[in-house]
Design a protein around this ligand. Structure first.
Ligand SMILES: C[S@@+](CC[C@H](N)C(=O)[O-])C[C@H]1O[C@@H](n2cnc3c(N)ncnc32)[C@H](O)[C@@H]1O
Length: 625
């Protein structure tokens, strides 16, 4: 099936509007999705404090009757008038601006607009933040506030009335970080990021913007070059940047005078649409895209395949993975060849037990490995989910016959007369051990001969400090738990960045011949921040070594290409922690085991202390029975 190609959402931003109806018609005629404009005209600039009566007898803005409600909502995004500076040194200017801003915000709510853009040009934003925060607390107003910042310093030479010179040590990202911290990381705050002529030299600084709730990227027409045919195009560096943002499904905004007047404004839209189309053609056809599109940044509660019975649909998703079963087949084939030489292959039989067989894909992989290597095998499929047993029995009767014996039992409770040469399992969660593979396999290892092989023989968890305002907001909104920030979530991390590379946390090996097996773990890790950031939580990943060097991984630096069975895990923090470049981030993780359940606890102790999350597994735990 050919993928649907979507049209880019691209708005037109104008400094003033004479007739709003005409302006919208012009916007649509030029193919733009909506119009961004100031709601108040500079001519109606009102003095609320000094000279109180100036303009007071005039309407504060155009009439809401100029458009119908649907049109206001769908085709207009408001932009704060340029003349307000809520943090001016001058008291009158400041007071006047605060009243003016509140007036504009009330009008935005009256018009029921979805978004309102407010520019900031330096880090002096305390009064602005307070005014916005008070308005954001109003649960009746639904609009989002988009804080407009240049993505890099070079735009700061643009003069905005009444704004004082910027402090040198600040960057636009720091101003934005300050704003969202002061506004308690409100989920109604977003970013309107202004593309600048110069891009940050540091790739990681660019990357940090991808961890922010960027709703629109504003592209000044002055950034466009002219190609041989006279059409507007962006430089390679800008194109690369735009391409990265295309995966976030955001809006683009064209702003400024038409510098290609003979071609018309619509050419700017067409150029961006061309980039979007190419992006979709090169990405939307990949296997990974097919299976993962729509899951980006959506929180899912981790599965509990031991305590719960998985549903058919869940098995179906696993079974679509093109990589996992191929790797298992390879691992079993290599193990078979190591166990049975070519000379013995017609005489010697290998016993393979697939524990946690689900609907049978690993049984099939093992059979295929036996066929490929021409080894004789005797197969057992052990599964505790009665519905999956039904599938396995159907397969036995229709396909496998005597080649496979089906055992409807918990692997920890089955006592067969013969033992396995190879024990195959896939009981792994997003950080490896979180679906209780260690406890299940420890309980089942007596099924394995003393010299038997466990596939996998090892799995390891990794974590990385993560900034993601989006995921943090989703956690905040989550109603599943009393303390939603104390539960880990399975999530395809998209709108995020890693503040440092991932590091190894816990390891489990099988068979575990220790005299007394202890699956409790404690790990303390030090990360070093690569840039100023906000720590919202930790990404969790795993790798699993199946046999010798055959492995699978969802760890960022070694991810098995195209493997889609697992998304990472996200361990949130109750309160985000602001981090400076080169700060040491110290995190402590515990894996705790009781007779009934397993859970994780975690906390940060540097650069500042967090609470210990999930004490005694009060919010999240994994049942052992
Ligand atoms: C992650 S699924 C994998 C299923 C299948 N092997 C696959 O790759 O598609 C894990 C399976 O192990 C089963 N399982 C988990 N713990 C088990 C236990 N203690 N004994 C038997 N089966 C178990 C679950 O019911 C589930 O079917």
């Amino acid at each position: 099936m050919t993928p649907t190609i979507k049209t880019v959402r691209c708005a037109l931003s104008v400094p003033t509007v004479v007739d709003i109806s005409d302006a919208i018609n012009n916007t649509i005629d030029n193919k733009f999705t909506y119009l961004i404009c100031p709601l108040f005209h500079p001519r109606f600039k009102r003095e609320h404090i000094a000279g109180g009566l100036k303009h007071q007898e005039l309407p504060m803005s155009r009439s809401d009757l100029d458009l119908n409600a649907e049109c206001w909502q769908n085709y207009v995004v408001g932009h704060l008038s340029k003349f307000y500076n809520c943090d001016s040194e001058d008291e009158m200017t400041r007071k006047n601006a605060i009243i003016g801003l509140s007036e504009e915000l009330r009008f935005v709510a009256h018009l029921n607009l979805t978004n309102f853009v407010i520019p900031i040009r330096n880090g002096n934003i305390e009064n602005l933040a307070r005014t916005l925060n008070n308005n954001l607390m109003n649960k009746l107003a639904l609009y989002n506030i988009l804080i407009r910042v240049p993505m890099h310093m070079d735009r700061l030479n643009i003069e905005i009335e009444n704004f004082p010179a910027r402090p040198k040590c600040d960057t636009p990202w720091n101003w934005w970080q300050k704003m969202r911290t002061l506004c308690e990381e409100s989920t109604r705050l977003g970013l309107a990021l202004e593309l600048t002529n110069d891009l940050p030299e540091d790739e990681e600084e660019i990357h940090r913007w991808f961890a922010e709730p960027v709703r629109m990227v504003i592209i000044p027409t002055s950034l466009f070059l002219t190609n041989k045919s006279g059409f507007p195009v962006l430089s390679k560096a800008h194109q690369k940047f735009i391409n990265k943002f295309l995966s976030l499904d955001i809006d683009f905004v064209i702003e400024g005078a038409n510098r290609h007047s003979e071609k018309g404004m619509s050419k700017y839209f067409e150029y961006l649409n061309f980039l979007y189309k190419n992006y979709q053609l090169s990405n939307n056809t990949t296997n990974t895209y097919k299976f993962t599109k729509g899951y980006e940044d959506c929180l899912q509660n981790p599965l509990q395949p031991l305590m719960d019975n998985l549903e058919s649909q869940v098995y179906e998703v696993f079974e679509k993975d093109p990589i996992k079963y191929a790797q298992y087949k390879k691992a079993v084939a290599e193990a078979l060849c190591d166990r049975v030489s070519d000379e013995e292959k017609t005489s010697k039989e290998t016993v393979i037990m697939v524990v946690g067989a689900g609907r049978g894909p690993l049984v099939k992989a093992a059979m295929q490995a036996a066929a490929d290597t021409e080894r004789k095998v005797k197969l057992f499929a052990i599964e505790k989910n009665p519905n999956a047993i039904n599938t396995l029995l159907n397969l036995k009767h229709s396909l496998w016959g005597d080649k496979v014996t089906i055992i409807a039992k918990d692997m920890r409770d089955w006592y067969p007369t013969e033992k396995a040469d190879i024990l195959v399992s896939e009981l792994l969660g997003s950080i490896g051990d979180n679906e209780l593979s260690p406890e299940c396999l420890d309980g089942a290892q007596r099924l394995l001969k003393d010299d038997g092989i466990s596939i996998p023989y090892r799995y390891r968890s990794f974590i990385a400090p993560v900034q993601s305002y989006k995921i943090y907001s989703e956690v905040k909104r989550c109603k599943d738990y009393e303390h939603p920030h104390e539960a880990p979530y399975v999530v395809l991390l998209n709108n995020h960045c890693r503040i440092d590379d991932e590091k190894f946390l816990f390891e489990f090996t099988h068979p575990n011949r220790a005299e007394k097996i202890d699956n409790n773990r404690y790990g303390k890790l030090d990360f070093q921040a690569k840039f100023d950031a906000t720590l919202h939580g930790f990404g969790g990943y795993f790798d699993s070594h199946l046999y010798k060097d055959v492995d699978i991984s969802i760890t960022p630096s070694t991810h098995s290409p195209d493997m889609i069975s697992w998304f990472p895990m996200f361990f949130p923090l109750k309160n985000p922690i602001n981090i400076k470049k080169n700060d040491t981030i110290t995190v402590h993780f515990w894996r705790c085991v009781s007779s009934k359940q397993v859970w994780y606890e975690w906390c940060v102790t540097s650069p500042s202390n967090s609470v210990i999350h999930n004490p005694n597994g009060r919010t999240y735990w994994i049942g052992l029975h």
